[in-house]
Design a protein around this ligand. Structure first.
Ligand code: SAM
Length: 347
């Protein structure tokens, strides 16, 4: 069993400098992959026979709390727990519980998560109690057989049950769907009407060439420019300024009244406004989802009970955050752009 994290009281610490990268972008958003494990094996995310990390390599829940709290003391206002599947990490509710103190002090604006929804029925009420207001649920299709094929192991009814439970306790749900050529491209209008009909925003994501998944990326890749073109034959898409702190750009769909987001790492690079860094469950900090450079935070974290070395390592890492990434999927680029899977860096 993981011990419950011991809270650090930020109000008693000397104020620290906010984190600003060399391109004058303030780092206000931390995404944390709390586990590399998942109960699904989505075809674009993982191979069927993934090798997972030994438990000893993972940061404990207490260590995760320490790193998150260090970032919050440096100006991170939004924290998203992800994975792997965050809700399969044992004891994860104790981390939500301890991090919620930063919501109460006002140091943190939002504590949230991205989930596949499989465990949401079990945890929705507790998440709400810990100050979570919104959850992102990844759902690429409403066809149970296709759902099983895409996730390899998933059960659509269970995920819908999770969404029902989340909405019943008052969590706002946003649906994230990866646009997949030949898989859900004919379903996107239906997914939009279904999401908006239930009061949920829908965000579409372009598939990124991360990790070897045993399938050719070109066979999966569907540019959102094409999806948007098709949707606009049927719906009126009005540009709006709505932002959630992430990379999505939103339109309002006049016919449904709901919001539709586009995350387009391939067709439109969104790096100029990047405010994010990502921590893996082993304490590796990636300054960019699409670049290899990373910083080890686990060593300074474990070297001392004081957070001085940790802060120094965070500062050094942010000082080399790259300007952006450049993914390419075409016939000449058939290998993954990066060897690591999305489940490692955290989506
Ligand atoms: N298990 C959780 C879930 O399903 O949402 C959190 C982790 S998952 C890696 C986060 C998001 O990344 C999901 O929406 C997933 O569809 C997306 N994702 C995974 N691999 C991707 C890839 N290669 N390109 C684009 N999105 C990807």
């Amino acid at each position: 069993m993981n011990a419950a994290p011991q809270p650090i009281d930020l109000s008693r610490e000397a104020p620290r400098q906010p984190l600003v990268d060399p391109f004058a972008r303030a780092i206000s958003y931390l995404r944390v992959s709390v586990t590399d494990r998942c109960d699904f094996r989505c075809v674009y995310c993982m191979s069927e026979d993934m090798a997972f990390l030994p438990k000893a390599d993972l940061l404990t829940l207490e260590e995760l709390d320490r790193v998150c709290s260090a970032f919050i003391s440096r100006g991170v206002r939004k924290l998203r727990l992800t994975g792997g599947e965050p809700l399969v990490r044992r004891g994860i509710m104790t981390l939500f519980a301890s991090l919620s103190r930063h919501l109460r002090t006002g140091a943190l604006e939002e504590l949230t998560l991205t989930t596949n929804g499989s465990q949401l029925a079990k945890y929705a009420a507790e998440l709400k109690d810990h100050g979570v207001e919104r959850v992102n649920v990844s759902l690429d299709t409403l066809d149970p057989d296709k759902f099983r094929a895409v996730t390899r192991w998933g059960d659509l009814a269970r995920v819908i049950g999770g969404i029902d439970a989340a909405q019943a306790v008052g969590l706002k749900v946003k649906i994230n769907a990866v646009a997949l050529k030949g898989v859900n491209e004919d379903e996107i209008a239906g997914l939009l009407e279904w999401s908006h009909g239930r009061g949920m925003d829908l965000t579409l994501i372009e598939v990124m060439p991360l990790g070897d998944v045993g399938e050719a990326r070109l066979d999966q890749y569907l540019p959102l420019s094409m999806v948007r073109g098709r949707l606009s034959e049927r719906f009126t898409l009005d540009e709006i300024d709505h932002r959630t702190g992430g990379p999505a750009r939103y339109v309002r769909v006049a016919e449904t009244g709901g919001r539709l987001g586009f995350i387009t790492p391939m067709t439109h690079n969104f790096c100029e406004s990047c405010n994010r860094v990502r921590l893996t469950c082993t304490g590796t900090l990636f300054m960019c989802l699409g670049q290899e450079d990373a910083a080890d935070l686990r060593t300074p974290l474990r070297a001392s009970e004081s957070d001085e070395a940790l802060h120094a390592a965070i500062e050094a890492a942010v000082a080399r955050k790259p300007k952006g990434h450049d993914f390419v999927i075409d016939r000449r680029h058939t290998r993954p752009a990066l060897p690591r899977h999305m489940s490692v860096t955290g989506g």
